[in-house]
Design a protein around this ligand. Sequence first.
Ligand SMILES: C[S@@+](CC[C@H](N)C(=O)[O-])C[C@H]1O[C@@H](n2cnc3c(N)ncnc32)[C@H](O)[C@@H]1O
Length: 357
Amino acid sequence: MSTTHTALDREKVEEFQGLAVAEAAAAESAACCYLGDVLGLYEAMAGAGPLTSADLAARTGTHERYIREWLANQASGGYLSYDPHERTFELPDEHAAVLADPDSPAYVAGIFPIIAAAWASADRAADAFRTGDGVGWHEHDPRLFGGVERIFAPLYRHQLVQDWIPALDGVHERLTAGARVADLGCGHGASTIVLAEAYPASRFTGFDYHAESIAAASKAAAEAGVGARVGFEVAAADSFSGEDYDLICLFDCLHDMGDPVAAATRARRALADDGTLLLVEPQAGDDLADNLNPISRLFYAGSVFLCTPSSLAQPGATGLGAQAGPSRLLEVLAEAGFTHHRVATETPFNLVLEARP
Ligand SMILES: C[S@@+](CC[C@H](N)C(=O)[O-])C[C@H]1O[C@@H](n2cnc3c(N)ncnc32)[C@H](O)[C@@H]1O
């Protein structure tokens, strides 16, 4: 259909064109944000007050001409404030909490390497759309793995022990007394390490099928000083070792698996009779119509490039998707034979589910 010959509502065309241009500006600027992250520009601006381009270049060992252009991009996006008289730029403290402080609960800078990794596999994704083949998690640009750790770690540091564990029946008491815990699909082990730091009487094993992630997790546990109580093993979630666990966790990984029911079934069998499964998944409603918002949009994009291809690359090829929603997730747990399962709590970013054998 040629839109030139169709009677279009010009106002609506212009309105949507404005939106499309603003979105393109944000999308291309994400590559500038990536530079701000890898070159330490946000970090150098945090708490520094107003800086000229020459100041920032000197602080970061970069070239002023490039920095001047970068600053202009960031100021036009509202990331930085600009004083036209002094020609200085400032990263407000509230923005530094989002872009430059990994300890802040609002920190989201880990998204930039994830976006870079998504672009790096865009042509591969196009092929996968045509063939229906999967793309394994391990096949992605390596910037993905550290980015995922950085984007999720603030949630685990600020919510896991404070809100999610207390929402589960009796689990805090059990971890305090000393429990055996498995963390499946643990990636770089951020969740495993947070739990180990909070519960010194408990022992933890993180499992992931991706050997490089397991190596990074072991290193991180040693650096955090919890290596003696935390082990990491390369294993798929449907065949990990050990029995009689008090708690088995799956953080943002069940939907990446080819056969989520097989993984949940193995977890049920590996739990003690009175053990608990903790399943954390991205926040979503059951219907697409519930999910037409910016957070779900971000998750759907990740699902297109990373989660769904990962699942389709594995035996089972279920393709649950990162926005499965609570009803579908509870169904997976029921199919795996869990008799008790419920949504224990939720946040704008996560659904926290509890299941018992
Ligand atoms: C989105 S990442 C989450 C990592 C980690 N749980 C976190 O929250 O930071 C998904 C993880 O699931 C792992 N994974 C995917 N399929 C798996 C499977 N069948 N068995 C074990 N791990 C798997 C990937 O290697 C990846 O580390």
